[in-house]
Design a protein around this ligand. Structure first.
Ligand SMILES: C[S@@+](CC[C@H](N)C(=O)[O-])C[C@H]1O[C@@H](n2cnc3c(N)ncnc32)[C@H](O)[C@@H]1O
Length: 325
């Protein structure tokens, strides 16, 4: 349970107004004690967290949709994304209303605090659970805190999305093994659309489903792929239902928040088996050290390594064993 904010409120180190309060990218396990859940409006672009918060009874949307009196910004791993959220909060809250910032040291709250001290009038700093919580009265944020779309190798990306500053080398390696696909394709964890665009270079591909949990990344993919064969799904790939597809492709995520989490990649492998047609194939790329082989062997009858270079392996899996119920 994430208790820093509720503890800071109880200690009087920060305060929130009576009216509507915006929560920007709150953790799914946020302690709501003393926050008055009915007045909270969360903005969260990551589908699993969005759905978990909704299941807890909170009003959640992928974009800011309501007027608010105060805001809490939760520091993300991307400094540019955090500064952008603070700039959005400053624009949403009436001048002088409270903007609270809550974050872990491991996510860079110290550096955000230094930036905020330069730009705003920061009050008491409350330290707890390897992190900090502080507040300041809203005023316009410095202009360069608003994140603008980035242009990378002919693609649009945004702060906070995977590989925002360039094509991932693992994805580039996988793309080399995806030439001349045909039929229907599903890209699990499609990001800003690098692999899907590569796949759509083949005229024989009839449809590509891009399944991605981060709303910002999927919105970039929409801009990056102007092709009527593409369909966009803002969804948790581990539970998404569609297909079956002739080919499923993926560069699976291997992090849950800051922690390396091979279980997330394994859940992608199992989901891929459920989405692959009986005579279809699943092609994935992964860092060489990631332990996916056992799971691949559990859910596919045939597994072949197509490439093993520069720290990455490309694996082709066929004859899925798991059938959806
Ligand atoms: C390693 S990146 C690959 C992105 C893209 N395919 C590429 O090659 O550049 C993994 C992607 O999976 C997304 N992701 C993480 N968890 C997810 C989930 N549960 N469901 C769907 N996508 C998820 C991440 O946001 C990220 O864009």
């Amino acid at each position: 349970m994430s208790v820093r904010l509720s503890t800071a409120l109880a200690a009087g180190a920060v305060a929130l107004p009576e009216g509507r309060v915006l929560l920007m990218r709150p953790p799914a396990d946020l302690d709501l004690d003393g926050l008055g859940p009915d007045r909270l409006h969360a903005v969260h672009g990551f589908r699993p967290a969005h759905d978990a918060l909704t299941a807890r009874g909170l009003s959640v949307a992928p974009r800011l949709e309501v007027e608010v009196e105060g805001a809490v910004v939760f520091v993300s791993r991307s400094k540019a994304q955090t500064r952008d959220m603070i700039a959005q909060a400053c624009a949403a809250v009436p001048a002088g209303g409270p903007v609270v910032v809550d974050g872990a040291k491991a996510d860079g709250v110290e550096s955000i605090l230094r930036d905020c001290r330069r730009a705003f009038t920061v009050g008491e700093v409350f330290a707890k659970a390897h992190g900090k919580c502080f507040a300041f009265p809203a005023q316009p944020a410095p202009g360069d805190w608003h994140d603008l779309p980035r242009h990378v190798a002919g693609f649009v990306t945004r702060a906070g999305v995977f590989s925002a500053d360039g094509v991932d080398p693992g994805s580039a390696l996988l793309a080399r093994h995806l030439r001349d696909l045909d039929g229907t394709v599903c890209d699990l964890g499609a990001g800003w659309g690098y692999l899907a665009r590569a796949v759509l270079a083949s005229d024989r591909v009839t449809a590509v489903a891009l399944v991605e949990a981060e709303r910002d990344a999927l919105d970039c993919a929409r801009e990056n792929i102007a092709d009527a064969r593409a369909a966009y799904h803002w969804a948790d790939a581990t539970i998404w239902r569609g297909g079956p597809f002739d080919t499923v492709i993926s560069n699976p995520p291997f992090h849950t928040s800051r922690k390396a989490d091979p279980e997330l990649g394994r859940a992608f492998v199992r989901a891929a088996a459920d989405l692959t047609a009986p005579r279809g194939r699943f092609v994935l790329v992964a860092n060489r050290h990631l332990p996916y082989e056992a799971t691949l062997a559990e859910v596919f009858a045939q597994v072949v390594v197509l490439a093993d270079e520069a720290g990455y392996k490309v694996i082709d899996a066929r004859r899925p064993k798991r059938r959806r119920t």
